[in-house]
Design a protein around this ligand. Structure first.
Ligand SMILES: [Zn+2]
Ligand SMILES: [Zn+2]
Length: 138
């Protein structure tokens, strides 16, 4: 949370209880929640918070590069608090998105044809399948 306050300061964002709560809810989830999921979670503590507020707060954080937007899989937009280089595993059953690190994947090389076609600024692999939980209930 320390760095949350610093990042807010650096981006001239006012620190409000709602912003703190949205950020906390995002970082305490391991599966890259959507605005809707965070909204449902926060309504217990903030009965008056609207989905629109949650959505706008998340997009404000994303704009300030404090979090990432994960485009995904026909689902609503999902949010990622992890700013380190990492890869994703998408569970097609529970729709969780899980972070993973793998140095072999980090070192994947891109063919010269691809380098010519695109300017590549990042490498993130997204694997899909069943997570541990869903696999055992198959
Ligand atoms: Zn799953
Ligand atoms: Zn992630």
């Amino acid at each position: 949370m320390e760095s949350f306050y610093e990042q807010c300061k650096a981006n001239n964002l006012k620190i409000t209880p709602q912003r703190v709560a949205v950020f906390k809810a995002l970082t305490s989830s391991l599966s890259h929640p959507s605005a809707d999921q965070i909204h449902r979670e926060l309504k217990k503590e903030f009965p008056n918070i609207s989905l629109d507020t949650v959505n706008r707060t998340l997009l404000t954080f994303a704009k300030a590069d404090m979090i990432d937007v994960v485009e995904g899989h026909g689902d609503p937009r999902r949010f990622d608090p992890n700013q380190e280089a990492h890869h994703h595993f998408y569970c097609i059953s529970c729709r969780g998105i899980f972070d993973f690190h793998d140095s072999a994947v980090d070192n994947i090389s891109v063919s010269p044809e691809l380098e010519k076609r695109f300017t590549i600024t990042g490498k993130r692999l997204c694997l899909s399948g069943y997570c541990d939980n869903c696999r055992s209930s198959q």
